[in-house]
Design a protein around this ligand. Structure first.
Ligand code: FAD
Length: 275
């Protein structure tokens, strides 16, 4: 059986809060292994992650994994967050470097996610199951793809238990990544991150920023559908479901859905998979 998990982001307005709860309500019936909550680096959104973690646990009964980015944070601040999540019953953390928000001068006490993973192990022992990020199409800031693979291994050597990938639409990039890091001695599960297609224009913008390649055929087909929202939704769901089928057949240990706090695009994919 393929384990599934969902990612949500912390809402900031009342409308967004309503949207999160509607999505969580519809998705919890699929009995995901856990739900993760993203982390907005530096400043105000820090507090929203903790609040969203509590809401998803208390109102919807999810087992929740907060994302924790070390960019801009001090050891003391990160230790406090870890202690808070432990008190709130969290057993899983997604440990990230994050990106320095514009205008923030200091990167904080940690430079890379591997240093954060090591710190979590020092501070919290084996309490947390630690997930880290993986990039089958190479991290967008890496100018050496092979060095990027070795940097991924550093996170595993520092104590990561599992990895979730950046989203991608090319299954071969995932299989190649897994093969390459297995050759380096990495044995942890590497779960593909899946981006259901809700809004193609937005997806193209996101993909440019995070270095995910959208296949030319998919872009062309989407463009050919023009304003036909129904046709675009169906093509998106079918293309992503086909990707998931290939990943499962090829041995992917689970699927982690980037829900963007919407149930429908994720459900459209999962309905087609009938897991
Ligand atoms: P790292 O693993 O530290 O890698 C970052 C870069 O540094 C890579 O190019 C790597 O090759 C390089 N590097 C690593 N170690 C070294 C070294 N020793 N020497 C030289 N170079 C090195 N961002 C958020 O702000 N909030 C979130 O909640 C969030 N969630 C995410 C969830 C997932 C599953 C994924 C895939 C990404 C997420 N991101 C999030 C985005 C992530 O923060 C960015 O991609 C960030 O740029 C890198 O974070 P990382 O943890 O992968 O960094």
């Amino acid at each position: 059986m393929t384990a599934i998990s969902f990612e949500f982001f912390p809402p900031k307005t009342d409308d967004q809060r309503k949207q999160l709860h509607t999505a969580a309500h519809k998705l919890k019936g699929l009995t995901p292994e856990y739900a993760s909550v993203t982390f907005g680096a530096g400043g105000s959104t820090l507090s929203y992650t903790g609040e969203t973690v509590r809401q998803l646990r208390d109102r919807h009964g999810f087992s929740v994994a907060p994302h924790l980015s070390c960019m801009g944070g001090t050891r003391a601040e990160i230790a406090e967050l870890l202690d808070g999540y432990r008190q709130h019953g969290c057993r899983r953390i997604v440990a990230l470097r994050g990106d320095l928000p514009s205008g923030m001068a200091s990167p904080g006490d940690f430079r890379y996610a591997s240093e954060l993973v090591r710190f979590i192990r020092e501070h919290s022992g084996d309490h947390f199951h630690i997930e880290v990020a993986a990039y089958p199409e190479t991290h967008p800031q890496a100018n050496d793809a092979l060095a990027d693979l070795r940097h991924f291994k550093h996170k595993v050597d520092a104590g990561a238990d599992g990895a979730i990938t950046q989203y991608f639409f090319n299954a071969d990039a995932y299989f190649r990544f897994v093969e390459d890091v297995r050759r380096l001695g990495v044995t942890i599960p590497i779960v593909p991150g899946i981006m259901p297609i809700a809004n193609f224009t937005q997806l193209r913008r996101f993909s440019e920023a995070c270095g995910a390649e959208i296949p030319r055929w998919l872009t062309k087909r989407m463009q050919a559908h023009g304003d036909d929202a129904q046709a675009i939704r169906e093509l998106g769901a079918e293309a992503v479901a086909q990707l998931c089928r290939r990943l499962i057949e090829g041995g992917a240990p689970g699927l982690h859905f980037y829900t963007l706090n919407l149930a429908r695009p994720t459900l459209a994919v999962l309905d087609r998979l009938a897991l």
